[in-house]
Design a protein around this ligand. Structure first.
Ligand code: ADP
Length: 295
C-alpha cells in the first residue's frame, strides 16, 4: 500500500498547550479522506504541518516520504487550499491562473479554464466580486491546475451555502476521478462527508480518535439497544464507544471484532455521522458500571 501522508507521534504546541498531540496516521494513495473534528481540534494545525508552514514540536510528518518543513521541493506535488480560500480579491481568475503558471512548472491552465467553463464562472471578474461558492471553485481550480498528487483542503465548504457546497464537492469528486489525486479535506460539517469521502480521520481535543477506511469502520461498528438491565454485553463487542441510557433502555455504540448474536440486544448498522459523533463523545459516553467487554 503506497502511503502519501504519514505522521508519527506528531505534535505541535503553542506555549504549554498542545494544538496537536501524539498524532499517528497513514493516508494511502488515491483516497479522499475527511479530517473531522470540532473547532479547535487541531485540523488546521495538522494541515499546516503537512505543508511545512509549521515545524513539529514532537514526532514527524512525511509527505511522499519526505519532510515538508525541511524539504520544500516536495511541495511541488502538493496543492493546499487554506481556510476561507484566500485569493487576491482584486485579481481575476485569469490573473490568478497566470500567476499560478509562473510559479508552478506543470501548471495546467487549460484544466483551470475547463473547470470554470463547466460551472459557468467568469474568468474576467475580480474574484472579490464572486460569490463565496464561486470563489471556492476558483481556489479549487487553481489548486488542481497545479496537478498535485496530494490536495489538502482546510474547511473549503464551511462558509458556503448547502447548494454551493454540494456543487463544490461534486466538482472535487470530478477532478479526483479525472486525476487520481489523493485528498485530505477538513470539515466540521458532517452531512456531506458520507457521499464524498472513503477515508476518515477524527480529531478531538488535539488527539486522533479514529482513523481508517470508511466502509471498514462502518462494518465494524454497531448500535446496540437493550433493556437497561440487559445483562452482559454480547460476545464480539471489543469496545463501548458511547453509551446513552433512559430509565428503561440502553443504547450503545460499540466496536466489534466478531458478528453479534445475542437476543437480549438489538443490533443496528451505524451511519458515518453516528460514528463520528460517538467518537467526538460529548455527553455520557461512559459504559454503565459493571459492563465488562468480553475477552
Ligand atoms: P481546528 O482547525 O480544528 O479548528 P486549530 O488547528 O486551528 O483547530 O487549533 C488547535 C488549537 O491550537 C486550538 O486550541 C487553537 O486555539 C490553538 N492554536 C492554533 N493556532 C494557534 C496560534 N497561532 N497560537 C496559539 N494557539 C493556537
Amino acid at each position: 500500500m503506497d502511503i502519501v501522508l504519514e505522521t508519527d507521534q506528531l505534535g505541535k504546541r503553542y506555549g504549554r498547550a498542545w494544538a496537536l498531540r501524539d498524532c499517528s496516521l497513514r493516508l494511502p494513495v488515491g483516497r479522499v479522506a475527511a479530517l473531522v473534528g470540532p473547532n479547535g481540534a487541531g485540523k488546521s494545525t495538522l494541515l499546516h504541518l503537512a505543508v511545512g508552514l509549521l515545524r513539529p514540536d514532537a514526532g514527524a510528518v512525511r509527505v511522499f516520504g519526505r519532510t515538508p518543513y525541511n524539504d520544500i521541493a516536495v511541495l511541488s506535488e502538493v496543492g493546499f487550499v487554506a481556510q476561507d480560500t484566500p485569493l487576491y480579491r482584486d485579481f481575476t481568475a485569469d490573473e490568478m491562473f497566470t500567476m499560478g503558471a509562473k510559479l508552478n512548472r506543470r501548471f495546467d491552465t487549460a484544466l483551470a479554464h475547463r473547470r470554470l467553463a463547466q460551472i459557468g464562472i467568469p474568468r474576467d471578474k475580480p474574484v472579490g466580486k464572486l460569490s463565496g461558492g464561486q470563489r471556492a471553485q476558483v481556489a479549487l481550480a487553481l489548486a488542481m491546475a497545479k496537478r498535485p498528487q496530494l490536495l489538502l483542503l482546510d474547511e473549503p465548504v464551511a462558509s458556503i451555502d448547502p447548494l454551493a457546497r454540494r456543487e463544490f464537492l461534486q466538482a472535487l469528486m470530478g477532478v479526483v476521478a479525472e486525476t487520481g489525486t489523493t485528498v485530505l479535506l477538513s470539515s466540521h460539517i458532517l452531512a456531506d462527508l458520507e457521499r464524498t469521502c472513503d477515508y476518515l480521520v477524527v480529531l478531538h481535543a488535539s488527539q486522533v480518535k479514529l482513523v481508517g477506511d470508511v466502509s471498514a469502520l462502518l462494518a465494524e461498528h454497531r448500535q446496540l439497544v437493550g433493556s437497561r438491565d440487559g445483562g452482559p454485553l454480547p460476545a464480539g463487542v471489543a469496545q463501548v464507544v458511547r453509551a446513552e441510557h433512559t430509565d428503561r433502555q440502553s443504547t450503545l455504540l460499540v466496536r466489534t471484532n466478531a458478528p453479534l448474536r445475542d437476543p437480549a440486544w438489538k443490533a443496528y448498522d451505524v451511519t458515518l455521522e453516528d460514528l463520528i459523533l460517538a467518537y467526538l463523545g460529548d455527553g455520557d459516553s461512559r459504559p454503565r458500571a459493571g459492563w465488562e467487554v468480553p475477552a
